[in-house]
Write a protein that binds this ligand. Structure first.
Ligand SMILES: NC(=O)c1ccc[n+]([C@@H]2O[C@H](COP(=O)([O-])OP(=O)(O)OC[C@H]3O[C@@H](n4cnc5c(N)ncnc54)[C@H](O)[C@@H]3O)[C@@H](O)[C@H]2O)c1
Ligand SMILES: [Zn+2]
Length: 335
């Protein structure tokens, strides 16, 4: 299945196909030099399948984990690209999860004022969410995603077979974003998670999420309006994530708790509760409420004492609301 993405910066194709990792050379259809970036946690067998198609390519492997999304690793990638004489016409390939995509995408955006990069996401979160959209970033002094660029990929290749090696906690973590997309845009997607056999529908889940994200990104490339809907569960989720320390509680897990915190409708809350139980995702957080309040109000989306919240009163139909600081406080006291 191919999904076309049109953006101001570039048009590109997302290929979703089992076995597509073996066909990267053909899909790119280019004989440019390639430079591959991956992390130490991506299983060797996936690296071998990719490298086998590009015998001359250099692979830069950095230490797995969010802690690597920093300026030192960013610089090391750029230095390695320079040492390998990567030119403006060459292609960077990112093979990994969201950390790899964010770091490598940012390196591609900066190197020689921007070279093409191909994203091959290998986690559920990156296949569903971070793999498309063109947001790239690193963390700085503990502030997440604080330095980055909008840089659209040249192509995205999604091979669901790669998920076969992903630990269950990470698989479920990414699914929190799929549940979110179902709630804001796609009742049929949400309904897939209300069945015990949801894992038999992975390809459909990924494709539905990519189409939703594509449609939203195309309408709103730089996150001024429609794209904010994708932040459902993220206002409180980001606060939970920074309270726990990045990496302790995974992003999707915090989004799951954030969706439960913000939802008003009791029936939707019960349905979400059942889905989160099935996915072994957390619903409540032991974090200090005063701390969470401060973190929510300091979030970059907070504006003059009010916060834009995404709400879902009907499954498939998310909308934006403005909450005052009192409303945030009351909600935290109520949970
Ligand atoms: N750019 C965006 O739009 C966007 C959106 C959401 C999240 N993000 C970013 O994504 C990052 C999180 O991404 P993530 O959850 O993919 O984490 P990750 O990239 O750290 O991957 C999770 C772990 O799984 C390992 N791994 C990757 N693929 C594997 C596989 N197939 N089999 C076994 N192990 C595998 C990795 O080595 C890593 O240890 C965060 O930094 C977040 O800020 C970016
Ligand atoms: Zn998210």
């Amino acid at each position: 299945m191919e999904i076309q993405v049109h953006t101001d910066q570039r048009d590109y194709t997302v290929t979703v196909e089992r076995g597509s990792l073996s066909k990267v050379r053909g899909i790119i259809g280019d004989d440019a030099h390639v430079f591959i970036v991956s992390d130490s946690g991506v299983p060797q067998k996936w690296k071998d399948i990719l490298c086998g198609q590009f015998p001359d390519a250099h692979m830069h492997v950095f230490e797995q984990g969010e802690a690597s999304k920093n300026i030192d690793v960013f610089r090391e990638i750029l230095e390695d690209m320079l040492a390998c004489r990567i030119s403006r016409n060459d292609i960077l390939i990112a093979l990994g999860g969201g950390v790899t995509g964010d770091l490598a995408g940012f390196a591609a955006s900066a190197y020689m004022r921007g070279i093409r990069y191909v994203n091959i996401p290998t986690t559920s979160l990156s296949m569903i969410d971070s793999g498309i959209g063109g947001k790239t970033a690193i963390d700085l002094n503990g502030v997440k995603n604080c330095v980055g660029a909008f840089w659209q990929p040249y192509a995205v290749i999604v091979d669901p077979d790669i998920l076969s090696t992903l630990p269950e906690r990470h698989l479920n973590n990414g699914m929190a974003e799929a549940v979110k997309e179902g709630l804001i845009r796609d009742p049929a997607l949400f309904a897939l998670f209300e069945q015990d056999d949801w894992k038999d529908h992975l390809d459909e889940i990924i494709t539905r999420c990519l189409v939703i994200k594509r449609d939203i990104v195309e309408q709103d490339e730089r996150e001024s309006g429609e794209r904010k809907l994708l932040n459902f569960g993220h206002t409180f989720g980001h606060a939970y994530e920074s309270w726990h320390g990045f990496g302790t509680c995974l992003h999707g897990e915090c989004v799951a708790m954030g969706m439960m915190t913000v939802l008003n409708d009791p029936e939707i809350k019960i349905r979400l509760h059942n889905v989160l139980q099935r996915l072994q995702l957390p619903e409540t957080c032991s974090a200090d409420k005063e701390d969470i309040f401060r973190l929510v109000m300091n979030d970059k989306k907070a504006d003059h004492g009010t916060v834009t919240i995404v709400q879902v009163d009907e499954i498939g139909n998310g909308h934006l609301e403005t909450w005052s600081s009192e409303q945030i406080k009351e909600r935290l006291e109520a949970i």
